[in-house]
Write a protein that binds this ligand. Structure first.
Ligand code: PEP
Length: 253
């Protein structure tokens, strides 16, 4: 029997934070990470673009990695306002979130664009955190497994392995709402994702990290982390303060 993947707890700061606020949060997290004798799980902060460089300077040398929240599919060129995966890698990122539901909704990103972004991330040596998840209407219609299955099939590029990709299941209706699926509902989706990934990518993918995201907080992290095939969390609101993010890191560790 293979061992469970090493957990990953990722904070998604979204479009929040001033330079001063980000520096305070990053240095608080760096201190907590430094105080650990060993790191119980991989830790990641995905910051807004304007603070990537100062945050990297503050967490460099700790167990915390840096990630961005989106990337363009091209390496460079006439794409005003965009950042390429290569640029993100250049400023210290090792991960990038792709296909977050807020980008799918607010920017009309499709599964095939998400797939291209995952390819771009890999090209630059970044690990894409590929997000999938159903809306409330889709869940109510009993379509959650089918929707997530389709998103996964179309958003994950060929050549996906445990070391070059992370998947995050984030039910859209659970993001920022304080509502979460039941443990059984999370388990059903994660089990289905594990089987689907295994069928397509083979035995290596047993180690591919499947994160749960959507209203994770210090009060529910322990229960969520104990669900089979949940290998960590993608945390939004609760990642904006060290006091709420760190207990989640400890719960998953
Ligand atoms: C997210 O947007 O990735 C997220 C999980 O947000 P929250 O934890 O605030 O629900």
């Amino acid at each position: 029997m293979t061992s469970a993947p090493r957990p990953l707890v990722a904070g998604n700061w979204k479009m929040n934070g001033t330079l001063a606020g980000a520096a305070e949060l990053a240095s608080g997290l760096a201190k907590l990470a430094d105080a650990q004798s060993s790191s119980p799980c991989d830790i990641l902060v995905c910051t807004p673009a304007h603070v990537l460089v100062p945050v990297f300077d503050l967490i460099r040398g700790t167990s915390i990695s840096l990630g961005a929240q989106d990337c363009h599919v091209e390496a460079s060129g006439a794409h005003t306002g965009d950042l390429s995966a290569e640029m993100l890698q250049d400023v210290g990122c090792s991960y990038v979130i792709v296909g977050h539901s807020e980008r799918r909704t607010n920017h009309g990103e499709t599964d095939s664009q998400v797939c291209e972004k995952a390819v771009a991330a890999r090209r630059a040596g970044l690990i894409p955190v590929v997000c999938v998840g159903e809306t409330e209407a889709q869940r109510d219609a009993g379509e959650a497994l089918a929707i997530v299955g389709r998103q996964l099939a179309d958003s994950l590029p060929d050549g996906t392995t445990a070391s070059n990709t992370v998947v995050a299941y984030e039910p859209v209706w659970a993001i920022g709402t304080g509502r979460t699926p039941t443990s059984e509902e999370i388990a059903d989706v994660h089990d289905a994702m594990r089987s689907q990934i295994g069928e397509r990518f083979g035995a290596d993918s047993e180690q591919l990290r499947l994160l749960y995201g959507g209203s994770v907080n210090p009060g529910n992290a322990q229960e969520i982390m104990s669900i089979t095939n949940v290998d960590g969390g993608l945390v939004g609101g609760a990642s904006l303060k060290a006091e709420t993010f760190w207990p989640i890191v400890e719960a998953f560790g």
